[in-house]
Ligand binder design. Structure first.
Ligand code: MG
Length: 378
């Protein structure tokens, strides 16, 4: 170890700073700019603060439970995405963006792995049911619950609750709670995770829906973005067994290339020398006009033909009814929840505490709890 003057940054951080200075663009967010953590901790010898955040997220109980939470489909075999594999796909695409645009890849990865950690069981159906249960208490948002989870409920340190993540990771997640604010100003790292999320689910929901027989290629041929992807993929010449993966690859490639070309050019032509400048200018990363329209059209198609498919609607109704009844049970019997949530009922009220407990459940555990506490009761 070299000897350092007393007021020099810890050696590890200096190494991180060196690496980032060599690799990142001036408009990226650098680790040394971080506003730190709520409960101060010393820097790690060789991991950047956002790398530590990423590791804390991966090692959390909430993250592991994503493997038992549905994305769109449940109980339809083992092919389709779960909330966990969706998250891994988002992280993979977001990191591709980050590396190509020379942004902070560690921050991007932490944000991507965190983004869906607050999803309750049964996807958006579960979220809507919990929101209804908390109608008079501010509703329920999976994006907000992600923050509750990592700031209050996860238990990792003996000195303080939660994961004590860096403020930029928490702010990036907080930005997802209300996306309607036209004046919101976001780091490029936050924006590319959002983009990677929608690109990813658009592509994999097409894949899963075709595989499960909910829609066919003749339907998708009417959706311009998918038609373009099919042309790119040499779809008609591909062997039938390869067609689906060829279309998904092509759908992602089209969208990622488009954004990288457009954004890469705009950033290269800019004279921005800091992430603050980019934010002050209100720069927004997104697909070009035509592709943005086609992306919206694909999303409309998925909403009408897949997410509202009668098979999914039936699953949705059953799940929502079970969630409402389970919630009512725990509101009336807070002592039947684990002690963390029983105690929490005294702090935030039984309705919120019961929703927080249910939101952390996997689909399977939620069904099991319903059987144990509601359906199985004499
Ligand atoms: Mg997502």
């Amino acid at each position: 170890m070299s000897s350092l003057p007393k007021d020099a940054p810890p050696e590890g951080l200096a190494l991180v700073a060196e690496r980032e200075a060599a690799l990142l663009a001036p408009y990226a967010f650098f680790s040394h700019q971080s506003a730190g953590r709520k409960y101060p901790e010393s820097e790690h010898a060789y991991r950047s603060p956002f790398q530590r955040d990423r590791d804390r997220i991966v090692h959390s109980a909430g993250f592991r439970r994503l493997s038992g939470k549905m994305q769109v489909f449940t109980d339809r075999g083992d092919y389709h995405r779960t909330r966990l594999t969706h998250t891994m796909e988002v992280a993979s695409i977001a990191r591709t963006f980050a590396r190509a645009l020379r942004l902070n890849e560690d921050l991007v990865e932490a944000l991507a792995l965190l983004h869906d950690i607050g999803h309750p069981p049964f996807g958006h159906a579960g979220e809507d049911a919990l929101s209804e249960c908390l109608e008079d208490d501010g509703g329920f948002s999976h994006n907000r619950f992600a923050l509750t989870l990592v700031e209050e409920l996860e238990q990792r340190h003996s000195e303080f609750p939660g994961l004590n993540l860096s403020r930029e990771v928490l702010l990036g997640q907080a930005d997802r709670v209300d996306k309607s604010d036209p004046n919101r100003s976001r780091l490029l790292e936050v924006q590319i995770v959002d983009l990677a999320d929608s690109m990813t689910y658009n592509a994999h929901d097409v894949d899963d829906a075709v595989k499960l027989g909910l829609v066919g290629y003749e339907d998708l041929n009417d959706v311009p973005l998918v038609r373009r992807a099919m042309e790119h993929a040499g779809f008609r010449d591909a062997r039938p067994s390869r067609r689906r993966s060829a279309v998904v690859y092509s759908l992602l490639r089209l969208q990622v290339d488009d954004v990288l070309l457009k954004t890469g050019r705009e950033l290269a032509n800019s004279s921005w020398t800091s992430s603050d400048q980019v934010m002050a200018e209100g720069y927004v990363i997104g697909p070009d006009g035509e592709l943005a329209d086609q992306k919206k059209e694909l999303e409309r198609f998925l909403h009408q033909r897949v997410y509202r498919h009668q098979e999914l609607m039936a699953v949705r109704q059953i799940a929502q009814q079970q969630l409402r009844e389970l919630h009512a049970f725990f509101v009336g019997n807070a002592d039947r929840m684990p002690s963390l949530f029983h105690e929490r009922a005294g702090q935030v009220g039984p309705a919120r505490a019961a929703a927080d407990y249910i939101a952390g459940m996997t689909d399977r555990f939620c069904r099991k709890s319903y059987q144990e506490f509601v359906a199985g009761r004499p």
